[in-house]
Design a protein around this ligand. Structure first.
Ligand code: ADP
Length: 255
């Protein structure tokens, strides 16, 4: 493992400075290592839960499936839904892991109105939800279309999961940036939790989100996607009232 370099503190010469730089590098390496360890441990834990369910139902079928056919439907249903959950998790993990190789960014000039309309059409059908679109002004931005769609999907899925009322999507210009805003009037996020929801595997209420299917990876993935295309992501929320997520994009005519 890495060793701290100890140099006499009183010598403020170049060697001492270099020693301090190395120590800082070691600290960063250790930090990254600990983060990775935590990540692997969280991921394994999340995979273990559905695997345990699958294993026990498979066992049940093995022992009693032939003599008690009424167990069949329930078991197959549970195995199927847990397998889907595992597939979703591995897909998200792969996306996070393949960050470098797969994330080729192709910036294009696009109209946010057109993109928002297209996304909303597909969400309305998929989620059976009322989604309103408010175009405050025409906005043309620089973005990677596929990545932006992915980002919108994650934020829309959250708005859908954590609210029942209609969702609003707004397109506007603010602070010389093109903004796409997704607003829900759902359960909201407590103020003390808002800075944590971007952490990998962080969920405000684990019991509740386990039921609604979240792993706590969506927003961390969203932030990485945003960073990859030089966009920013912000979140405002009031517990019990709702959440608004904003994607800030470079305007096409800005430099
Ligand atoms: P998940 O897949 O669990 O939704 P995310 O990383 O997307 O993971 O979000 C992390 C947590 O932040 C969620 O588990 C949820 O508690 C909270 N959260 C995210 N978006 C919203 C929202 N629109 N309304 C309320 N809570 C939210």
């Amino acid at each position: 493992q890495y060793k701290r370099i100890e140099l006499p503190k009183q010598s403020k010469d170049e060697l001492y400075q270099m020693g301090e730089t190395f120590n800082e590098m070691i600290r960063q390496l250790k930090l990254n290592y600990e983060k990775q360890e935590q990540f692997v441990s969280n991921a394994s834990h999340e995979l273990k839960t559905p695997l345990t369910v699958i294993e026990s139902y498979a066992n049940l079928l093995k022992r009693r499936g032939k003599t008690a056919p009424e167990l069949f439907d329930e078991s197959v249903e549970a195995i199927h839904s847990e397998a889907i959950r595992m597939k979703e998790l591995t897909q998200q993990l792969l996306l996070l892991a393949k960050h470098d190789e797969q994330w080729k960014i192709t910036m294009e000039i696009i109209s946010l109105k057109g993109l928002a309309e297209e996304s909303i059409r597909s969400f309305r059908t998929a989620f059976h939800r009322e989604i309103d679109l408010v175009i405050e002004q025409p906005v043309v931005v620089k973005a990677d279309v596929q990545k932006l769609k992915q980002l919108i999907y994650i934020l829309m899925e959250n708005a859908h999961k954590y609210s029942d009322a209609p969702i609003t999507v707004k397109v506007l210009v603010e602070n010389n940036r093109g903004v796409l805003e997704i607003i829900d009037r759902g359960i909201g996020i407590p103020a003390s939790e808002i800075s944590k929801v971007f952490d990998r595997f962080y969920r405000v209420d684990k019991a509740r989100t386990r039921k609604s299917g979240g792993f706590g990876l969506g927003l961390s993935l969203a932030r990485e996607i945003a960073e990859a295309m030089n966009a920013e992501l912000s979140l405002e929320s009031v517990e019990g009232q709702g959440t608004s997520a904003q994607i800030w994009l470079k305007l096409a005519d800005s430099h």
